[in-house]
Design a protein around this ligand. Structure first.
Ligand code: NDP
Length: 244
């Protein structure tokens, strides 16, 4: 039987890239899926159609993770639309790389609002609404573990914060059988980080496998954690050996 049959999942930033691959994979594993997006309604609707084609229910919600009320609203709208919430995948994130002295205060606020505050608020709202035995999976980054060159101060800071959040959520929610884990992708071929982009060869060379990963390869680990029972408070790299 499908490991997630009868479960529902919310994937933030599920219209493209790793989030879209995750929404599709969770649906393939039997879950009904809600996904958030900000701009690309067309892409979000395409994911919804693909999930529905698998015989699962799907709903696309416009909800900016940078909006303090939006995070909790997305959780409520998911529970309303799908009846319950079992799995949260905190995937939405922004990458902003550059020299330390080049970031404005607005840049710092923006990255922290999406990558950290939005994750905290969504996880909190989800925990309150979630069934016991629920799953919280957060998408971190290989940059939380190893920063291979200059330019990563803001992004690495934001992603490293999620490691602490994950451990603390595991302690906070373990009594309800809710697990919290973080998945650190390496260089993954998406719009954010295309495998034919200007810095791609250097990134591929940083991995042990010498190549970019595919969004589906990250989604496979997220899906595993959505049904696994005894993993919690832990970090999982899907990075081709970037951290090795
Ligand atoms: P993409 O830029 O390809 O896709 C981003 C997705 O997030 C889109 O669906 C986008 O929606 C959505 N999104 C962006 N900002 C917000 C927001 N403020 N609120 C809600 N949704 C938002 O990114 P990736 O798939 O590459 O990255 C996904 C996650 O993986 C991020 O957290 C990223 O930091 C992390 N990551 C990626 C790596 C990589 O190499 N690709 C490496 C390590 C980590 P819309 O379509 O509407 O714009």
């Amino acid at each position: 039987p499908a490991p997630l049959a009868g479960r529902t999942a919310l994937v933030t930033g599920g219209s493209r890239g790793i989030g879209a691959a995750t929404a599709l994979r969770l649906a393939r594993d039997g879950a009904d899926v809600a996904l958030t997006y900000v701009n690309r309604e067309d892409a979000a609707k395409e994911v919804v159609r693909a999930v529905e084609a698998m015989g699962r229910r799907a709903v696309a919600l416009r909800a900016d993770s940078a909006d303090a009320d939006g995070a909790a609203e997305a959780v409520e709208r998911t529970a309303e639309a799908l009846g319950r919430l079992d799995v949260l995948v905190n995937n939405a994130g922004v990458g902003l790389l550059g020299p330390l002295d080049g970031f404005s205060v607005a840049d710092v606020d923006r990255v922290l609002a999406v990558n950290v505050r939005g994750v905290f608020l969504t996880a909190r709202a989800a925990a309150a609404r979630m069934t016991d035995g629920g799953r919280i999976i957060t998408v971190g980054s290989c940059m939380a573990l190893r920063v291979p060159g200059p330019g990563g101060t803001l992004y690495a800071m934001s992603k490293a914060a999620l490691v602490g959040l994950t451990r603390a959520l595991a302690r906070e929610l373990g009594g309800r059988g809710i697990t919290a884990n973080i998945v650190h992708p390496g260089p993954i071929d998406t719009d954010m980080n295309p495998a034919d982009g200007p810095y791609a060869d250097g990134q591929a060379a940083m991995t042990a496998l010498g190549r970019f990963g595919r969004a589906e390869e990250v989604a496979a680990t997220v899906a595993h954690l959505a049904s696994a029972a005894y993993d919690t408070g832990a970090e999982f790299s899907v990075d081709g050996g970037h951290a090795a």
